[in-house]
Design a protein around this ligand. Structure first.
Ligand SMILES: [Zn+2]
Length: 274
């Protein structure tokens, strides 16, 4: 068996292992049926001379967009049709490391095997391009299907960023503390379309996590665990909301004054910190 790119590359191995760990959580939570969900991770900081000299495993492929901020960038991406539960055990068989070509419009698969990236690669890379363009230190994008958040997006009265954010924040103080930018809402659009990608790009400036109506979430994070944690914190709040409803009445929620006090006491950010 040929050598894995992860061998003797401690830093790279660590972040790919974290992607695998998160993939396992997504499966355990029931958020990643079959091949559901996607992830990308910016691994450019780990690229060495030997990696730069690696030949491509297949001819370059078009991204479908020109992403000028991604020149020279490398990513780990889940493979198309691959399962999160497989990625959890064998990340380099269910995913691939790619490098963006100098035209910023195509990419090459480099290691370990020619596993074609997720069909949602263009939208994930568009987010990565946006993050790079703003000088952000964020590295991860994560799309998954958190059950209670998706269920909320089927209830018309919740289909607004403001109402969703206020309701979820008001469940427990930690939601406010650990998802301080809230949850953006994006009306239904067909997966993989430019319309959905454009709408997501518009909202991701304000929110770390956005909810696609009747589909799932997409999150950006400092690393994969951060993207997962923010999604998890918001879905936990949705679970509490659901549980109170099952007990017979919608929950009261913290008051605006209580939430403002927490925001001020902990100096919670209202915009993304670079
Ligand atoms: Zn999906």
């Amino acid at each position: 068996m040929s050598k894995s790119i992860l061998e003797s590359r401690e830093g790279l191995n660590e972040v790919i292992s974290q992607c695998a760990e998160v993939a396992g959580y997504l499966w355990e939570k029931g958020w990643a049926e079959r091949n559901g969900g996607n992830m990308t991770y910016d691994v450019t900081e780990f690229v060495d001379e030997e990696m730069k000299a690696m030949p491509p495993l297949a001819p370059a492929r078009q991204i479908g967009a020109v992403l000028p901020h991604l020149k020279g960038c490398w990513f780990y991406a889940k493979g198309t049709g691959r399962r999160m539960r497989d990625l959890a055990r064998k990340p380099m068989e269910a995913g691939c490391i790619i490098r963006i070509c100098d035209d910023c419009a195509s990419y090459e698969m480099v290691a370990d095997a020619p596993v074609a990236p997720t069909s949602e690669l263009p939208s994930h890379l568009a987010l990565q391009d946006y993050l790079k363009g703003t000088g952000s230190s964020y590295k991860a994008t994560l799309h998954t299907h958190p059950i209670e958040l998706v269920a909320l997006s089927h209830i018309r009265s919740f289909c607004s960023s403001e109402i969703l954010t206020r309701t979820l924040w008001s469940m427990i103080p930690e939601t406010l503390a650990f998802a301080p930018l809230g949850l953006g809402f994006i009306p239904f659009a067909t997966p993989g379309t430019q319309e959905l990608a454009d709408a997501t790009l518009k909202e991701i400036g304000r929110y770390d996590v956005v909810l696609w109506e009747k589909h799932g979430t997409i999150a950006v994070g400092r690393d994969m665990m951060d993207a997962f944690d923010q999604t998890d914190v918001l879905n936990k709040a949705a679970c509490i909301y659901k549980t109170a409803c099952q007990m017979g009445t919608p929950p009261e929620g913290m008051t605006d004054a209580q939430m403002t006090e927490i925001q001020e006491l902990f100096h919670l950010p209202k915009t993304r910190e670079i």
